[in-house]
Design a binder for this molecule. Structure first.
Ligand code: NAD
Length: 476
């Protein structure tokens, strides 16, 4: 827990085990998705590395839980300041390994830091019932060792959103970044070593073996997972063997319902941005846009015009709104969906071509009223391709918006707050917005209904999700 102000060394990348940087015999690297260039080498952890980290996390947890909440809070707030001091370096790495444009890499770093501070400053509730001769106390105690599994779309923000509530409540954590975006997560945890005792915050990078090794290990009490619904189910299955707690933040198929009384010139560009932000690779991206039939054609024209203005390119180029698809696998998936849309002869209103070159770029595509059971409407594309759908009554719009096994986010767009607020309450999703979307707030719970997840992160319930509930019948 030494000096806080010397800069991090961004020239090499190691696991962080028991307070030490730890290399592995085998290494691998991800690819810069905008240029095709190799990113730095990162470790490929072995089962021995997993074992060493697990034992260290377990040892460290006892001492970490014994220090005061206030001291853990101080350490985390100092960590937030240190991340802020490395803002530019983290942002540069997000552009390089994730592919996102500068303005959104900066946005991710801002919320990543904000979430450490917000989560850390929340208080764990304690409930008391006073009776004659006794006090009944319900309090929250740490679970123990937690594994955090992070996806590639918001690699730093989604990590800090788990680290802060986990550590402040007295747990220790092993972070596993995505193999597609390992570098930033490793540096984040390396930086944490200046503030937390050895074993409290560790990081392991690896290949596809690593996730299952971590989730099947007997030591962790909880897996905090953010990723696809497909993988989330596997995590839960493995975790069930030792009844580990799980928080699962999974996929989404967010609908927007656009009422006929909107100001089209104002709303259409916003909808375009919330569909194509992060190149459509957000759990909360708008993935189905339901527009009232009376304004459908005008809205479509305005959305196409707005989408044409969204600049696609490498993240350091000025004014870029959309970077590449993050990795080859996802690029092939989105291309496959695009081919499927063409084969099905769906009505493509804005044809996003696929430029030749080394980056995984795909230009934004808008499809006019595909069938409700088409893959484009039913699946989560996780890329820059969005269906525009029309409806005639609000009842119909709500029923189609809810007709999915996902339930992460949704938004209602209307000139009438009263109408929008009323419709918002009929949506089956963890978060519903009026006249905006993807507006996150660390003070409130976030999570999915249905197959978009189990449990919530953030807010006080997010803190509690890292704890056991304990009721004490104490004598006076
Ligand atoms: P993914 O499920 O492929 O991978 C997520 C993480 O799980 C990675 O670190 C991966 O290495 C790891 N993993 C893979 N197989 C595993 C296994 N068997 N056991 C344990 N870990 C394993 O997801 P992705 O492609 O990285 O991310 C995109 C998905 O994440 C989308 O579906 C998106 O909607 C979802 N997502 C959800 C949220 C949310 O908060 N609800 C946020 C961001 C992304």
């Amino acid at each position: 827990m030494g000096s806080t102000h010397h800069p991090l060394d961004w020239s090499s990348y190691a696991n962080v085990i028991d307070g030490r940087l730890s290399s592995t015999a085998q290494v691998r690297h991800s690819i810069n998705p905008a240029t095709g260039e190799d990113n730095p080498d990162v470790p490929v952890s072995t089962q021995d590395d997993v074992e060493e980290a697990m034992q260290a996390a377990k040892r460290a947890q006892v001492g970490w839980a014994a220090i005061s909440y206030e001291d853990r809070r101080k350490a985390l707030l100092a960590f937030a300041d240190a991340v802020e001091a490395e803002f530019k370096a983290f942002s540069d790495m997000l552009i390089r390994e994730q592919g996102k444009p500068r303005q959104f890499a900066d946005f991710e770093m801002n919320i990543a830091i904000k979430w450490i501070r917000t989560m850390t400053n929340l208080d764990l509730p304690t409930h008391k019932i006073e009776e004659e001769g006794k006090t009944i106390v319900t309090r929250y105690t740490p679970l123990g060792v937690v594994v955090a599994i992070i996806p590639w779309n918001y690699p730093i923000f989604l990590a800090t959103g788990k680290i802060a509530p986990c550590l402040v409540t007295g747990n220790t954590m092993i972070v596993k970044p995505s193999p597609f975006t390992p570098c930033g997560g490793l540096k984040l945890v390396e930086l944490g070593q200046r503030f937390f005792p050895p074993g409290v915050l560790q990081a392991l990078s690896g290949d596809d073996n690593l996730g299952p090794w971590l989730t099947s290990h007997p030591i962790p009490a909880k897996i905090s997972f953010t990723g696809s619904t497909f993988t989330g189910k596997k995590v839960m299955e493995t975790a069930s063997k030792t009844l580990k707690r799980v928080t699962l933040e999974l996929g989404g198929n967010d609908p927007a319902i656009v009422c006929e009384d909107v100001d089209i010139a104002d709303v259409a560009p916003k909808i375009a941005q919330f569909a194509f932000l992060n190149t459509g690779q957000i759990c909360l991206a708008l993935k189905r846009v339901y527009v009232h039939e009376r304004i459908f054609e005008d809205f479509k024209a305005a959305m196409i015009a707005a989408t044409r203005l969204l600049k696609v390119g490498e993240g350091n180029e000025p004014g870029v709104f959309m970077g590449p698809i993050q990795n080859k696998m996802q690029y092939e998936r989105v291309k496959g969906l695009y081919e499927h849309v063409k084969e099905e002869k769906l009505d493509i209103s804005l044809e996003g071509d696929i430029p030749s070159g080394s980056g995984y770029f795909i230009n934004p595509t808008i499809v006019d009223r595909p069938p409700e059971n088409s893959r484009l409407v039913a699946e989560e594309p996780f890329g820059p391709i969005v269906p525009l759908l029309s409806y005639s009554t609000y009842e119909e719009a709500i029923s189609r918006a809810n007709d999915t096994h996902y339930g992460l986010g949704a938004s209602i767009w209307s000139g009438s707050s009263e109408r929008a607020n009323e419709l918002a309450q009929k949506i089956q999703a963890g978060t519903v917005w009026v006249n905006t979307h993807f507006h996150l707030d660390g003070r409130v719970p976030f999570g999915g209904h249905k197959e978009s997840g189990i449990g919530t992160e953030w807010g006080v319930s997010g803190l509690v999700s890292y704890c056991n509930s304990q009721t004490l019948f104490l004598e006076k």
